[in-house]
Design a binder for this molecule. Structure first.
Ligand code: NAD
Length: 399
């Protein structure tokens, strides 16, 4: 470490879904890490050895790192200047018009500018609008900060970061040879499988990866809707499509495709290509339209204004406690407009007005399984009519 450095790495946004598992893994691979964040509640939990969100296998490693003093937390931005490497992984959302909020990252950089120092390496880990990394590199240089800048996208599936960070290949990119060398040294403690790209190639790779996944889900949802509209059992068709058939091996099953990444990254790619991304937009209409499709089928030709509906699972995906951009909430909003009463339940999310799963089943005329949490397998549904777009209970896709 250079003189004055206390930490190998400071992670700005280190208490988040990407920042924290990454911090924990670096701290368990020989690095001295400081988690810097503006969320005091999360930092208090982390300091006590408790994960602020569900992340498989993370808590024992967090406790170990705290005990060994390889991980600490701070609410004080000064820790940035005490670190050799700074990783930045704050949220990069799109706005209400689905345009990337490209200015947000710069506002944060501006806020911390005085804490950056020449010779540091800044690693951008958030998914960014293409060209952002170069703009940041130029911005820092224009402000007298002669630092290395790298873009190394996070590609984990939320909830599985701990195992995937040391399993997945890592994309590395920087603007100088020295920056690339230091970036490779940094990530080689987690994986030897490094892929070198230019920053712009790396930015596009991340957006292509997420958009591709989003488009695949849309294809699955569209096929399901076609089969269902014609009265065919999609479970049988999906099995036939994929069973021992290598070219359709990774064809996904239908279900809510949502969460904080896929939708907004598809929209970032579209904005980058001057809104000329018809596949992405179509995928968005199909995936975001699935709640409406369910309700349309629930209605059929009847009046549902006196119906009481239960939504089981409010997280954006099964076994997660993350409700960001969850389609369960969209479903709830439309149902509240049309039905007499909507009950919501999720074992991992504490929200005002939620009921337990057994209350939900008792109170509702019909139950919609929105997030397929494994714990629901043993739930007694008491023969209530069920909408199961996941074929979770192996009774076929029920709608
Ligand atoms: N969640 C995922 O599975 C996933 C996967 C790959 C990539 N990504 C990308 O990673 C980025 C972060 O996503 P996330 O899910 O971790 O978000 P998150 O909201 O869980 O974490 C962001 C963290 O940044 C903190 N923060 C916000 N402003 C800050 C500031 N000014 N200074 C310090 N800390 C600040 C927040 O308090 C929060 O803890 C996004 O670009 C996202 O697209 C996410």
């Amino acid at each position: 470490m250079a003189e004055g450095d206390i930490f190998d790495i400071c992670v700005i946004g280190g208490a988040g879904h990407v920042g924290l598992p990454l911090s924990i893994q670096f701290a368990n691979h020989g690095k001295k890490v400081c988690v810097y964040d503006i969320n005091p509640d999360s930092l208090t939990l982390i300091e006590r050895g408790t994960m602020p969100f569900k992340e498989k296998g993370a808590e024992p490693l967090l406790k170990k790192a705290l005990k060994e003093k390889s991980l600490s937390v701070s609410l004080n931005a000064e820790v940035i200047s005490l670190s050799r490497i700074v990783i930045m992984v704050v949220g990069t959302p799109v706005d209400e018009f689905l345009n990337p909020k490209t200015g947000d990252l710069f506002k944060i950089l501006e806020k911390y500018l005085n804490f950056f120092k020449p010779g540091q390496l800044l690693v951008l880990r958030s998914t960014v609008y293409p060209g952002t990394s170069r703009n940041i590199y130029n911005y820092l240089r224009n402000n007298g900060k002669d630092m290395g800048v790298a873009f190394c996208p996070e590609r984990i599936a939320e909830g599985y970061a701990i195992e995937e960070l040391v399993k997945l290949p890592q994309i590395v990119s920087s603007f100088t040879e020295e920056g690339l060398k230091r970036t490779k040294e940094l990530f080689s403690v987690l994986t030897k499988d490094l892929i070198e790209l230019s920053p712009e190639e790396a930015e596009l790779t991340k957006l292509f990866n997420n958009s591709w996944r989003y488009i695949k889900f849309a294809a699955a949802n569209q096929f399901f809707m076609i089969a269902n509209d014609y009265g065919y059992d999609y479970a049988r068709i999906h099995h036939a499509m994929t069973h021992n058939y290598p070219r359709a091996k990774d064809f996904p099953k239908p279900g809510f495709a949502a969460g904080p990444c896929l939708f907004k990254d598809t929209m970032q790619l579209s904005a980058f290509n001057n809104n000329n991304f018809i596949l992405g937009h179509t995928a968005m209409l199909i995936n975001e339209g699935l709640p409406n499709y369910i309700i349309k089928h629930l209605e059929g030709n009847r009046d549902i204004s006196s119906l009481k509906v239960g939504i089981l699972g409010m997280a954006f995906k099964g076994n997660s406690d993350d409700k960001r951009d969850s389609l369960s909430y969209k479903l709830k909003k439309i149902l509240e407009f049309k039905c007499a009463k909507v009950y919501c339940s999720d074992p991992y999310i504490a929200d005002e007005g939620f009921v337990s799963s057994s209350e939900l089943i008792d109170f509702s005329d019909v139950v919609i399984l929105a997030a397929p949490h494994s714990v629901y397998k043993s739930l007694d549904l008491k023969n209530k009519p069920l909408v199961d777009i996941w074929n979770f209970y192996n009774g076929g896709y029920k709608i």
